[in-house]
Design a protein around this ligand. Sequence first.
Ligand SMILES: Nc1ncnc2c1ncn2[C@@H]1O[C@H](COP(=O)(O)OP(=O)(O)O)[C@@H](O)[C@H]1O
Ligand SMILES: [Mg+2]
Length: 221
Amino acid sequence: MLELDGVDVAYGSVRALRGVSVRVDAGELVTLIGANGAGKTTTIRSISGLLRPTTGSIRFEGTPIHTLAPEAIVGLGIVQVPEGRRIFPELTTERFERVYSLFPRLRERRRQAGNTLSGGEQQMLAFGRALMAGPRLLLLDEPSLGLAPLLVQDVARVVTDLKRSGLTMLLVEQNARLALTLADRGYVLETGRIVLSDTSARLLANPDVQKSYLGSARVSR
Ligand SMILES: Nc1ncnc2c1ncn2[C@@H]1O[C@H](COP(=O)(O)OP(=O)(O)O)[C@@H](O)[C@H]1O
Ligand SMILES: [Mg+2]
């Protein structure tokens, strides 16, 4: 469904991605894990058309999308839940039955301004907003970031429900244990390069991954 092939992205003289190749098949949940600054958000933003690769290609169902405008990419059904949630602070939550059935809490809070919602509720709102666009491919940028452990479990439940419903997702996370627990396959990104790619089960069992990303202490927070 989605194929990045040899993608380079730079911010001026800073080369943020170097030859990144990633594939997501229809119905799959694929994760991209990596430390702070590895290039995870850059990858998501280049798929969304917010950044342009200097080299390489990004295809969606065989069609090159790396030359399209962000709104055209959303029109194809590629929708992003941005890092840090990026909710509209003054808007109340919209009415939408499918979203409310997934997130009953949003129904309760529908008259409440976005910036008065808790962090977990804002994350649900950001998910809900993305789902209202009717995505075929959902790009999730660190949905667990900054959430209390109980709310991280809520996010995990929502991702699991969406996967069961057949939605294709690319999940980007610093929380590698969470991401690999949810995903079918994963890629490890280090300073802009993919250094490993395997099934989630094999990545969880990989001693290098365990040492760098699954240590008992939360290393990179
Ligand atoms: N707007 C920007 N201008 C310059 N450098 C940036 C910008 N955004 C990100 N970078 C750099 O690109 C690299 C990758 O960043 P990012 O994709 O945000 O990483 P991650 O999401 O994995 O934490 C980092 O070295 C970061 O400092
Ligand atoms: Mg990021």
